[in-house]
Design a protein around this ligand. Structure first.
Ligand SMILES: *[C@@H]1O[C@H](CO)[C@@H](O)[C@H](O)[C@H]1NC(C)=O
Ligand SMILES: *[C@@H]1O[C@H](CO)[C@@H](O)[C@H](O)[C@H]1NC(C)=O
Ligand SMILES: *[C@@H]1O[C@H](CO)[C@@H](O)[C@H](O)[C@H]1NC(C)=O
Length: 610
């Protein structure tokens, strides 16, 4: 870890007025020196409990690009002069409440008064600001609780800083686009791209983008749905010892039925494991406990009778075995579930909760998985504005971005918001440059059909020397779906140009983007789960294969599909009640409409099933 640069601010009217001397500031400095011997303390300051002075100080120091952490001490209590949290909140861009919560939770173990802490922690630019209590004892204790996470937090903030620096440099050097848009009269009146079938489209994608074999090691608590990149072997057998399956008695089978002396008792987790029985003896045993030496079966309590107990009932002296035991009855033998060195999970598995249980069982807490592609989503359109703002005249809210981010999330993938580009080549070029500099896969929505402002394809070709692998797909909705690759900063970048219509964007994300993300991380199952469904009503055939949003009910043996209603591709709410996409073959394949009770395939939505 490189050295961390700290600033310490003591907030106290009395220290500022020199009525008291500041003990907390120097104590924190000492702690920092001890914990992070290579760190630097760039500034130490004492200020009164004055909101404006505090926030000016915080802003001024967080503006400096080399300040990693500002620690404040004081002014977090309930007195009317205590305003450090308010001053901090006024400055930070983003809160980091976990740090404050952790300090409170841990301090609670020392004093209940910790409940009264109002500390705020957060990030301004690339600087972490942390409010600590005013007393030297409280400040040091709290610093101790969080010190271990600080290098990690700083590393993240510095990464951001490097990325932002690199991006600024990059974006300042982006030249204007080479695409000319003022020759509207000469635009193509027919799409120059051949119409391609969906299956062919996927083939083209998989051929154009190699699977990634880069792996990373992650903790098993974080590995759900990732693709395993190593064979996992059991380091130890499971169970690790001969274990009882029942509450009862450990016996010798050769003794058969009859009266026995209870010589001892063994419970689950008992450490000794040195107990021995000989003929005529039993040991009382509980579920999960280790089988004593000499025993080769367990007789459950239900198959025994008490013969003699100690007078106070605290001990059993003799019992009777009513049913003769068989060899190894109710014993889980060492390694009977998992043998030592057995292959327990194959590389290539998509890790489920069940796998995680097995990994935990065999003590494999860090696993190697395939790295995922990083994904960014860029919206294009002069009419678009972020959904959070009041709607301007002749504008619409950008619904695609959040819908797609969350659709990907439903399938366990995460994407970043790359903003909104205007419908002009310079804006698209700039936004794509920024998106490519951060991401492997960029999804754009809008700007790919035949309109004169539909500039994405031209910008890709002229400015990024991209290969457009396809620009039209024989499907409804989603015809203008475009797939391109290019080299940017020496890396292969993948672009999906999805139609701007909300439903088209979602359908094509399901059909093309998710399979591609699965392909890139070596997931053996790339397509969504398809199941046969019975049609609950007539479905009209179109000249293109159609992916109709349907609701499924469970009236019969198979799910029954009903249209969710209006299937116009701009009608986003047609997705709201959809359980599946019904795959309706085109007129070319099936001349007549599909009638009620006929069977077709449907792609299940809202399911992670692979
Ligand atoms: C912390 O370390 C710096 C640099 O070595 C030193 O100048 C300073 O006196 C130390 N402060 C305390 C309180 O130990
Ligand atoms: C401090 O820096 C020195 C020299 O750069 C390095 O050898 C040492 O490992 C560092 N110590 C810590 C605790 O980071
Ligand atoms: C487990 O039980 C089997 C069968 O009685 C025995 O051969 C083996 O030695 C036992 N293993 C341990 C570790 O006690």
């Amino acid at each position: 870890m490189a050295s961390i640069n700290f600033v310490i601010l003591t907030v106290s009217d009395t220290c500022y007025a020199k009525i008291n001397i500041d003990l907390s500031g120097p104590k924190l400095e000492e702690n920092i020196n001890q914990t992070f011997p290579n760190s630097s303390i760039l500034a130490k300051e004492i200020l009164p409990d004055d909101k404006l002075m505090i926030s000016q100080f915080l802003t001024q120091w967080s503006l400096k690009s080399n300040v990693d952490i500002i620690l404040t001490t004081g002014g977090t209590g309930f007195s009317s002069r205590d305003v450090t949290p308010e001053a901090t909140r006024a400055v930070i861009d983003r809160e980091a409440p976990g740090i404050a919560n952790a300090m409170i939770a841990k301090s609670m173990q020392i004093t209940e008064l910790a409940i009264l802490s109002r500390a705020v922690c957060g990030i301004k630019y690339q600087t972490l600001i942390i409010n600590l209590p005013g007393s030297a004892k409280g400040a040091t204790e709290c610093f101790g609780f969080i010190k271990n996470i600080l290098p990690h937090a700083v590393a993240h903030l510095r990464d951001n800083r490097d990325i932002i620096k690199r991006e600024h440099a990059l974006l300042q050097n982006v030249s204007p686009s080479k695409v000319k848009i003022n020759q509207v009269a000469f635009r193509n009146r027919n799409s120059p791209y051949p119409m391609i079938e969906v299956e062919k489209g996927l083939e083209i994608i998989f051929a154009a983008v190699p699977k990634k074999h880069v792996t990373e090691k992650i903790d098993i608590s974080q590995c759900l749905y990732r693709v395993l990149a190593e064979n996992v072997y059991a380091i130890e057998p499971m169970p690790p010892y001969n274990a009882s399956v029942k509450d009862g008695y450990a016996v010798k089978t050769s003794d058969g039925t009859g009266i026995r002396t209870v010589v001892n008792v063994v419970g689950a987790g008992d450490l000794s494991g040195n107990d021995v029985i000989t003929s005529g003896e039993v040991i009382r045993i509980s579920t999960g406990a280790i089988i004593p030496l000499g025993a080769d079966a367990v007789v459950q309590i239900e198959d025994t009778k008490l013969i003699e107990a100690s007078p106070d009932g605290s001990e059993e002296i003799q019992i009777e075995i009513m049913i003769a035991p068989t060899l190894y009855q109710d014993i889980r033998l060492v390694g009977s579930e998992i043998a030592k060195n057995e292959l327990v999970i194959n590389s290539g598995n998509v890790i489920t909760s069940g796998h995680i249980g097995v990994l935990a069982t065999v003590g494999k807490t860090v696993v190697s998985v395939y790295k995922r592609a990083s994904v960014g989503i860029l919206s294009t359109g002069n009419e678009l504005q972020p959904p959070y703002e009041e709607l301007k005249k002749n504008h619409i809210r950008d619904s695609n971005k959040l819908a797609l981010l969350n659709l990907l999330k439903q399938y366990t993938y995460y994407a970043d918001d790359c903003g909104i580009a205007q419908d002009n080549p310079n804006s698209v070029k700039l936004a794509l440059s920024a998106a490519f500099s951060r991401h492997d896969v960029v999804i754009t929505t809008g700007g790919v059909s035949m309109g004169e402002f539909d500039v994405i394809k031209n910008v890709l070709i002229d400015d990024f020397a991209a290969t457009i692998h396809f620009g039209r797909i024989n499907m409804k909705p989603g015809k203008p779906t475009t797939f391109a690759t290019c080299t940017f900063e020496n890396k292969l970048k993948i672009l999906f140009g999805l139609p701007g219509n909300p439903v088209s964007a979602m359908v094509t994300t399901l059909l093309f983007v998710i399979p591609t993300l699965r392909h890139l991380e070596n997931n053996p199952q790339t397509s969504l789960l398809t199941v046969p469904v019975i049609l609950g009503e007539e479905f009209i055939v179109d000249s293109r294969p159609e992916y109709a949003r349907v609701r499924l009910t469970r009236d019969g043996n198979l799910p029954t599909a009903y249209s969710v209603g209006n299937q116009i591709s701009s009608k986003i709410n047609s997705f709201v009640n959809a359980d599946a996409l019904l795959v309706i073959p085109s007129k070319k394949v099936h001349e007549n409409n599909f009638k009620k009770s006929e069977i077709l395939n449907a792609l299940l939505l809202n399911t992670l099933s692979t």
